[in-house]
Write a new protein. Structure first.
Length: 318
């Protein structure tokens, strides 16, 4: 279907003409009458006639069927290969594959995905999944997509502290609306520790200013829920920090709020330290005050007290 009609292609394929008893091949002398609309499926007729050297004429009707022999086209919307973090379950991104057919139109919903359950997320070798679709005329289309599992190229790791919060939900939320697919969510372990892993390509996309770290204008960290490992009490608030932080606590939430109002991180840290009476040399977004207080650090004891005060204020504001 769709090919330009060329009647001469029928000779020696759809018919031959032989003269008897002479045995002469008259195929090239056959007169073909009629035209076929190759844009319309179905069967049409054309007339064939030929005469031998004695003038005897033979006529035949040839039925020509126009069929769809064009397979669908499978396309991918993202750059190949598809790269995922090593050790993570494979999920196909939404709208990554489309299928279109010359007659049936959009066949995306009919696409079958084969061999995805055979992927080994712990292997760094090239692996493949197969996409297959068949149109209403029975024409199949098959293509493969390469899948690679790679080690993280960048990791945000740290602690959720209102006491060490085990089972807390940690989120990285990109600032750009176009990068929300790069959001991450993990759960802290019993010591409040977490790690948010990113592929190198994902980090490059997030690091808009190319300074090698993630800043507040590129995303934020949030912590919610969890159980204080010391008191066994549930944390019901929300703590925030800029993504260069290794600690999320009530005090980092104060620093985060000041930064969102326009302060630099240095100014926000200093203002917080002065307000709560501990040394401005201490970066509360990158210090574990519980560990430091256990080693006798006086500023860390003040930080824990200040954190408890802010946490109580947060609870009262809920």
């Amino acid at each position: 279907m769709g090919d330009e009609w060329n009647a001469t292609l029928l000779r020696n394929h759809a018919f031959i003409a032989m003269d008897f008893p002479s045995g002469a091949n008259l195929t090239d002398q056959v007169v073909i009458s009629g035209n076929i609309n190759t844009q319309v499926l179905g069967t049409s007729e054309i007339n064939l006639s030929v005469s031998d050297e004695s003038g005897r004429v033979t006529s035949k009707v040839l039925q020509v069927e126009v069929t769809d022999q064009t397979p669908p086209q499978i396309s991918f919307s993202s750059t190949m290969p598809l790269v995922r973090l090593l050790g993570t379950d494979f999920t196909l991104p939404p709208n990554v594959v489309t299928a279109n057919d010359n007659l049936d139109g959009d066949l995306t919903q009919n696409v079958q995905i084969l061999n995805a359950d055979l992927l080994d997320p712990f292997s760094t070798d090239s692996q493949y999944i197969t996409f297959q679709v068949i149109d209403s005329s029975g024409n199949p289309a098959t293509t493969q997509l390469e899948v690679l599992f790679e080690k993280p190229g960048f990791t945000i790791s740290g602690l959720a502290i209102d006491g060490y919060l085990g089972g807390a939900q940690i989120q990285f939320i990109p600032k750009s609306v176009d990068l929300q697919h790069l959001a991450r969510t993990v759960t802290t372990d019993s010591s409040g520790a977490f790690a948010l892993d990113f592929l190198s390509s994902e980090f490059q996309a997030l690091d808009a200013n190319n300074n090698g770290i993630l800043d507040l204008d590129e995303g934020s960290l949030q912590a919610s829920g969890g159980i204080d490992a010391t008191t066994n009490r549930e944390f019901s608030g929300m703590m925030k920090a800029d993504p260069s932080s290794t600690v999320l606590s009530p005090l980092t939430t104060v620093v985060h709020a000041l930064m969102e109002e326009g302060s630099t991180k240095e100014a926000a840290l200093q203002s917080t330290a002065i307000a709560f009476g501990f040394s401005p040399d201490v970066d509360v977004t990158n210090v574990d005050p519980i560990q430091a207080a256990g080693q006798g650090d006086e500023d860390s004891k003040k930080i824990i007290q200040a954190g408890a005060l802010v946490a109580n204020m947060m609870k009262q504001a809920e």
